[in-house]
Structures are given as C-alpha cells and as structure tokens.
Ligand binder design. Structure first.
Ligand SMILES: [Cu+2]
Length: 108
C-alpha cells in the first residue's frame, strides 16, 4: 500500500502593497514649509496616515485632486505629507472627506 502525499506549495504572498489592510500608524512630524506661490494660489500641507504604496498615493491624489478648485496635489509617501495647491483655501472638512473617500485618515 502506497500513500501518496500531495504537497501543494503555498503561494507565498508577494511582499508589497498592504493598503486597505493595516494602516501603519507612524508619527509624522509636520514641518511647515515655505514655498513660493503666486497670490492667486493657496498651498496647504496635510498629513495622511495609512498610505503604504504608490497605489495609496494615487488614490489620495485622485480624490483630493477632485475637490473643487484644487490645482495640484503632491504626496510624499514616506512622510504622508500631502501638499495641495488650490485657487482658494480649502476647508479641512473637504480635504478630510476626500481622504476618507480614498480610504485613509487625515491627521489633524
Ligand atoms: Cu497601497
């Protein structure tokens, strides 16, 4: 009698994106930055937690970029800093809603 043992190799999970799973809560120092902007533009820097890869960055960029008046969104993944350039100052509520929509958390 021969027993056959079938060993199925487990597909090892590819390391990489873990977005929408476990947001890494990291302390982020918000450093105020001076940037030259023209008078009809407002630049504000927000901090978003939970982003772990380029996909996360893309999601946040798209959602925040969809806010009325937003002209540019620049996300630094390493720090969670989101720099938003807009024609008029945005409300924190609007930005928070957009970040929330993307699945992440705006750090106050
Ligand atoms: Cu991701």
């Amino acid at each position: 009698m021969t027993e056959l043992t079938v060993i199925q190799p487990e597909a090892s999970a590819a390391s990489g994106c873990s977005c929408c799973a476990t947001p890494a809560a990291e302390a982020v120092a918000a450093a105020p930055k001076e940037s030259p902007v023209s008078e009809d533009q407002t630049t504000a820097v927000y901090t978003v937690s939970g982003m772990t890869c380029d996909h996360c960055v893309k999601s946040v960029t798209e959602e925040v970029g969809a806010i009325d008046g937003v002209q540019n969104v620049d996300v630094v993944l390493a720090t969670g800093q989101v720099t938003v350039t807009s024609a008029a100052p945005l409300t924190v509520e609007a930005v928070e809603a957009a970040v929330d929509e993307a699945g992440y958390t705006l750090v106050h």
